[in-house]
Design a protein. Structure first.
Length: 215
């Protein structure tokens, strides 16, 4: 089972959602993302939000389509996305995809990236990715990973999200590394590329943000 979460980011940054949907997927809408899903003929199984970003007419449409709604007051300690992600994690899916979480407000983007850190810090190995029409973001903890070439996402960047990332090794890349120490704020691993159909990256300590992008 996979869980797809759609937030209320700009629609022009969304990929084709049908390409990320199958019979085993559960769709979750967050605030205005619920209305966007309905407009794309996707009915979310559950909706989260204070719904302050939709009109009264749009809210009526949402209420008529979605069976389970988790409504909250605008004055709360968590963002709507955090509430939705926490629910999704408890379902223990194979994969969580987050859409509509980039573009617009930078504070929301940074908050959404940092929300992906919490499960890793707690030892949860759940696979969570953030996707828009130009980027795929994933967080990785220490270990060894295989990565395959994608024509539509040729650039691969590795960004430290902890003070230090230790023992970073990149094999099969245009710019390889062997057990390098990378500090937060370093741009050493921006815009790398695979030179064959696949490669590997590994490290022994820290958290890496892995970003696959196109121009």
């Amino acid at each position: 089972m996979n869980i797809n979460i759609l937030a209320g980011g700009p629609e022009e940054l969304l990929p084709n959602l049908n390409e990320h949907s199958s019979e085993n997927d559960i769709w979750v809408g967050v605030d205005r993302g619920v209305y966007t899903l309905i407009n794309k003929n996707i009915t979310p199984e559950i909706a989260f939000g204070d719904f302050d970003s939709v009109s009264k007419e749009e809210l009526l449409v949402i209420e008529g389509k979605v069976k389970e709604m988790k409504r909250f007051k605008p004055e709360k300690n968590e963002t709507d996305m955090e509430l939705a992600l926490n629910w999704a994690i408890k379902q223990e899916p194979d994969l969580i995809r987050i859409f509509g979480a980039t573009g617009g407000r930078l504070d929301h983007l940074l908050a959404n990236v940092h929300l992906m850190v919490n499960p890793l810090m707690k030892g949860n190995k759940l696979n969570i990715v953030l996707i828009d029409n130009q980027n795929i973001l994933a967080l990785k903890g220490p270990g060894s990973y295989k990565i395959e070439k994608r024509v539509d996402k040729k650039y691969i960047s590795f960004v430290p999200l902890t003070l230090n990332v230790e023992g970073l090794t990149l094999e099969g890349f245009k710019y390889p590394l062997i057990k390098r120490h990378i500090s937060i704020g370093s741009t050493l691993c921006i815009s790398n590329e695979l030179i064959s159909d696949n490669g590997t990256f590994s490290f022994s300590e820290g958290i890496l943000l892995v970003i696959r992008s196109n121009d």
